[in-house]
Write a protein that binds this ligand. Structure first.
Ligand code: CP
Length: 308
């Protein structure tokens, strides 16, 4: 069996291009399984997986749980709102207690960048980062690039614009790493206050004019304005943001060529993306969600084969 170079999936930064191709090929097989009348395989029978979410999630949490169940794993779920974390228990104590119940893999979302890396240094289970603060969200970037490959036939040479709140986005960083490893050209676009100062050092183009960014790209990956992470006022009003950076069907129709619209969700409809654009033929947003299950099955399956 081909193996990943890593025991954990902490970030796209750690993966090789070969790792990503292996995940995609494995996801192709699982996507076929998901389209069969019986959508379940015994691959992870007797493997126990804990999903521990210290931050809210709809898509990632459901998608991981479904992927685990489709692989016949035993699944336990944990969320902070109903746990003893509320009584002051530390992250390491929480996880060690879960592991004492013989858990093999941990899928974790946490508000602090580096929290899954901390766990990986201290415990023996495979760790999968389901989003750590503003740092990385590796399975989101894998399902995003897989969806581009599925729609356009390849990622190599494609022009991808990542648009919106880049400063607070873990999806942006993971996408930049994944797209570059697969040979795509990457541009970021947003108000100057929502672009990190170091961003050019990552080898991406920077464009402040949304119309120029849309004319340039084959794919626009539109990011959510993350109001819950914004401590300062980064633009005058949501109305002004929507006017200057919001993507509407009228804006898409005015382009010289059709482009693909992506969004990791949840969407702020009417702010970064209008409903007529989100629900248009340009959009592959629900394909991204569908592909998320196959990608997460592939990641879980491949990591379960790495024990050293
Ligand atoms: N895309 C994403 O991470 O969505 P959730 O926050 O709902 O998991």
């Amino acid at each position: 069996m081909s193996r990943l170079s890593q025991k954990h999936l902490l970030g796209i930064k750690d993966l090789t291009e070969k790792d990503i191709e292996l995940i995609f090929e494995t996801a192709d097989t699982f996507k076929d399984v998901l389209n069969r009348p019986i959508k379940k395989v015994p691959s992870l029978r007797d493997v126990t997986i804990a999903n521990i979410f210290f931050e809210n999630s709809t898509r990632t949490r459901l998608s991981f749980e479904l992927a685990e169940k489709r692989l016949s794993a035993d699944v336990v779920n944990f969320s902070t709102s109903t746990s003893s974390v509320k009584k002051g228990e530390t992250l390491l104590d929480t996880v060690n207690n879960i592991l004492a119940m013989k858990v093999d893999m941990v899928v974790m979302r946490h508000a602090s960048p580096g929290a899954p890396h901390f766990l990986a240094r201290h415990i023996n289970a495979n760790i999968i980062n389901a989003g750590d603060g503003t740092h990385e969200h590796p399975t989101q970037a894998l399902l995003d690039t897989y969806s581009i490959r599925e729609t356009l036939g390849t990622v190599t040479g494609k022009r991808v614009a990542i648009i919106g709140d880049i400063l607070h986005s873990r999806v942006a960083l993971s996408n930049i790493f994944a797209l570059q490893k697969l040979g795509a050209k990457v541009l970021v676009c947003g108000p100057p206050t929502l672009l990190p100062k170091f961003i050019k050092n990552l080898g991406v183009q920077v464009e402040l004019d949304i119309n120029k960014a849309l004319e340039w790209c084959d794919v626009a990956n539109v990011l959510r304005i993350q109001l819950e992470r914004q401590q300062l006022k980064y633009f005058s009003s949501l109305r002004e943001y929507a006017l200057y950076y919001g993507i509407t069907k009228a804006r898409l129709d005015s382009l010289k060529k059709p482009i693909i619209i992506m969004h990791p969700g949840p969407i702020n409809r009417g702010i970064e993306l209008s409903s007529d654009a989100a629900d248009s033929a340009h959009s592959i947003i629900l394909d991204q969600v569908e592909n998320g299950v196959a990608i997460r099955m592939a990641v879980l399956y491949l990591l379960a084969g790495v024990t050293a």
